[in-house]
Design a binder for this molecule. Sequence first.
Ligand code: SF4
Ligand code: SF4
Length: 356
Amino acid sequence: MSETKGNPGMRVVELLSAWKSILGGSTPMMSIEITRECPLTCPGCYAYGKEHLGGAVTLRSLSDYRGDALVDGILALVRQHRPLHVSLVGGEPLVRHRELSRVLPILSEMGVHAMVVTSAVIPVPAAWTKIRRATVAVSVDGLPEHHDVRRKPATYERILKNIAECRVNIHGTITRPMLERPGYIEEYIAFWSAREEVARIWVSLYTPQKGETSAEMLSDRDREVVAEELLKARARHPKLLMNPGIAEAIRRPPRDPGDCMFARMSTNFSADLKTRVEPCIFGGNPDCSHCGCAVSSGLHWVKTMQLGFVKIEHLARGSVAIGSVVGKLRRGYREHPRWTRPLPIGESTATGQKTA
Ligand code: SF4
Ligand code: SF4
């Protein structure tokens, strides 16, 4: 699943833990594309784009893992990078559900929050609901009139069957065609809000690559409309993660990856467990000025908040400076590309990784 990945619902206590993590030289968030396989062929899928991994390699061309090698590989990455939150994505991560059923309880025991981001084209194991620090986010892109076309065979009918007996979050990506019918967003949120299986709902806006001109893209005016509608929907549906600060971040996204708290605080790996996805989970050359990523919006808002007399943005900048020094004391430490200076977009190494 390649839609926006991560958990936009961070609380203050988690922020403090994140701060501790940064001071130790680690990014608090990590995402891992645990497989290159996916039975869906969604339009606008960035994971399978030619530039997703910088142009030298693609997700489909990478070797990936299964069985013990995948379980051990994921745990080794987590032990090395010490994140507080790991998003397990793909491709479709549920094609490796057996491995995930082994990994999730171990991560939870380690105190690491894990989120599996899936299309739910494969049944979600009900046992995962009982794992303390594991959550499942199901991507549902609009109402059936759009979703079932874009994301077949992961149709509404199939998702509802595959999440029965589970507790999941719903994540939607809004595209331009969904704004043509008034009331669409409210209808979408009301549908999922009424489902017992659903704990939280969050929404991203379609994020294009630079230079893209697709039918999915939203204009600045569309972003205003979506921000307003989400705020109104939040008043009726408490399961929706939204507030005026996030709405403002939707209207005014980060200027570039160096300005993006999410890109600065997350380390992202692809299916060979080595290649980095840069500058953020979208890979390639994302158009930050049209970013609608829910996590990025949430953290862009968070960085404007005050912690005592200090703005979180300033605290984070000071902390990464300390973390860069502390991290160098660790064996095999590799400094995060955006901890020293903003990443120059478009440069990539022969291994498909962006240069710092
Ligand atoms: S479900 Fe598969 S095809 Fe669809 S966006 Fe995610 S990775 Fe791409
Ligand atoms: S603002 Fe830019 S770097 Fe940050 S998540 Fe959005 S596209 Fe990626």
